[in-house]
Design a protein around this ligand. Structure first.
Ligand SMILES: C[S@@+](CC[C@H](N)C(=O)[O-])C[C@H]1O[C@@H](n2cnc3c(N)ncnc32)[C@H](O)[C@@H]1O
Length: 213
């Protein structure tokens, strides 16, 4: 059982175990097939003349970013970020195996960064920020939630006007909404993600109340 979940070395140790093994994407919970409908619907509702930009914070070796890049029917620039160079090396090694994206203008990037400091990206430039399991893990870290709070505030700063953050989590709304609203930054809609195999997961659709976080 790891407690130092805010530390890069903890995650490097976890991902090192899959290095050298035959590649397969690993989603900590709920893969692309469970979330595809919701993700594409949120993106479709934002559809604009320009390409849309999506940021997956703490992507690990999840299939969501690569599959969205390949299958999104309109141009989508996907940025998968993580602070573990090992997770990103595993992901980058697979890029050449991916099929051509449905939209030839789509792009896929893997960027090593700490999500507490996203200053390497242009502020207010992402239409959708995806957090699947990353803040869940950081909320369990032994730093009293400090890293989680910082990462959330920083992520919201990256949203373009009208942009949304989608958190997919197993944390009950009674707990998560109290935390989100305590930060006085956001309004939240909750959906239950209910698939044949999975119950007990929630999608929190978060809108910043102000663009200045
Ligand atoms: C529970 S995993 C979730 C991975 C993926 N989103 C999924 O659903 O399978 C959390 C991920 O967040 C990354 N992470 C944790 N803290 C981070 C930080 N401060 N900056 C960037 N990535 C971080 C870890 O390396 C790990 O890959």
């Amino acid at each position: 059982m790891f407690t130092d979940l805010q530390k890069q070395t903890t995650w490097d140790t976890i991902y090192q175990k899959s290095q050298g093994q035959p590649f397969q994407y690993f989603d900590w919970f709920l893969g692309y097939s469970s979330l595809k409908g919701l993700l594409l619907q949120l993106l479709r509702d934002m559809k604009s003349e320009a390409s849309l930009k999506l940021l997956d914070i703490g992507c690990g070796t999840s299939e969501l970013g690569p599959r969205l890049y390949c299958e999104c029917p309109f141009p989508l620039h996907v940025y998968c970020v993580d602070f573990s160079p090992i997770a990103l090396a595993i992901m980058r090694a697979q890029t050449s195996q991916l099929p051509q994206p449905v939209s030839s203008a789509s792009q896929l990037h893997f960027v090593q960064t700490d999500i507490r400091d996203l200053s390497g990206f242009q502020q207010q430039s992402f239409n959708l920020i995806l957090d699947k399991g990353t803040l869940d893990a950081l909320l369990q870290a032994n730093d009293g939630g400090e890293t989680a709070c910082c990462a959330l505030t920083e992520s919201l700063r990256m949203l373009s006007p009208g942009g949304l953050m989608l958190q997919v989590s197993d944390e009950d709304p009674d707990v998560r909404i109290v935390w989100l609203e305590s930060l006085r930054l956001v309004t939240v809609t909750v959906l239950q993600v209910d698939t044949e195999k999975n119950t007990g997961y929630f999608a929190y659709i978060i809108k910043p109340m102000s663009t200045q976080c």
